[in-house]
Design a protein around this ligand. Structure first.
Ligand SMILES: Cc1cc2nc3c(=O)[nH]c(=O)nc-3n(C[C@H](O)[C@H](O)[C@H](O)COP(=O)(O)OP(=O)(O)OC[C@H]3O[C@@H](n4cnc5c(N)ncnc54)[C@H](O)[C@@H]3O)c2cc1C
Length: 265
């Protein structure tokens, strides 16, 4: 059946709320950031257990053959994909869960084929190490001037991967935020330039100018408080680099190949 839309006349109605189903599309940014991964239209390209591309059934959540692998590395390890990234299982939660139910044996077989595990860590040791590497916590909040604070966060993996000029998104967790007279002091994500790192201790410093609601809340962060701190990537020798701030620019200038535009705050 072919449907044609045609405009007839505008219709006005009084509404208390208008809800718009905006739709979404698969987040395939990994294919652009990681040159090894291929796309099949809007979705990732599925591969078989040899790494060869295969065609998957679109829109049918119970395919005869389940393909959930999307890249085979040279060492035999795979990346898998499910849910909205997968042409068979995209669209809703039930299909996403159904895809996992059908796809986990494919992943389990791929892991079994690897033979010896790459690490002898127990699952609890592995999880503890990941929690330590990836869960950011406030180390210290240092007041520098009446309107500027330094927020030092312990985030070992982010600190280890720091490049001068990189930006971070700092945000407190709503569930841990202070509540005053019924108001939750939750922040919006703040874009902040990394000022310095101590890679051995896993520390990362950002400087916050108290210019509004969210930045004003940084002074209230407590040592040990879990926060969200995620990084953007600054490719080496990117030209020009993102605009950066006074604290970072000498370090950016020193790093190889980057050209820096400095905007005074
Ligand atoms: C407005 C709207 C309404 C919807 N209503 C319904 C409904 O009523 N019923 C229904 O069944 N379905 C509904 N859906 C569809 C449903 O939400 C999705 O089909 C389902 O959530 C897909 O599950 P998923 O696990 O594939 O992806 P997601 O639920 O989107 O989970 C992906 C997760 O990965 C995280 N992530 C992304 N990139 C990275 C990264 N680089 N590193 C770490 N984490 C990352 C994201 O933050 C996210 O938490 C709706 C969708 C939208 C947009």
């Amino acid at each position: 059946m072919v449907c044609h839309w045609s405009r007839i006349r505008p219709v006005f109605s009084v509404s208390a709320a208008i809800l718009v189903a905006a739709g979404t599309q698969p987040n395939t940014v990994l294919a652009r950031e990681d040159g090894r991964i291929r796309l099949d239209g809007r979705y990732f390209q599925a591969v078989d257990d040899t790494g060869a591309p295969v065609t998957v059934v679109r829109g049918l959540a119970k395919p005869d053959t389940t393909h959930v692998l999307m890249h085979r590395a040279d060492n035999g390890r795979f990346i898998s994909f499910f849910g909205d990234l997968h042409p068979s299982f995209a669209g809703n939660v039930v299909k996403a869960m159904g895809g996992v139910k059908q796809g986990w044996p494919v992943v389990a077989e791929a892991i079994a084929r690897l033979g010896e595990p790459a690490s002898n860590e127990s699952p609890s040791e592995f999880i503890a190490r990941m929690n330590d590497l990836f869960r950011a916590r406030v180390e210290a909040v240092n007041r520098l001037t009446p309107s500027i604070v330094e927020v030092v966060v312990r985030a070992p993996q982010a600190a280890r991967n720091f490049y001068p000029g990189e930006f971070y998104r700092l945000q407190n967790f709503e569930t841990l935020a202070k509540r005053i007279d019924g108001t939750t002091l939750a922040m919006e994500g703040l874009a902040l330039t990394g000022a310095w790192t101590d890679k051995e201790r896993g520390l990362l410093s950002t400087i916050v100018l108290e210019m509004g609601g969210s930045s004003d809340l940084c002074a209230h962060l407590r040592p040990g408080e879990p926060v969200r701190q995620s990084a953007t990537t600054l490719p080496q020798a990117m030209s020009p680099s993102p605009l950066t701030t006074a604290w970072a620019w000498p370090r950016v200038r020193a790093s190889s190949g980057n050209k820096v535009a400095w905007m005074p705050p």
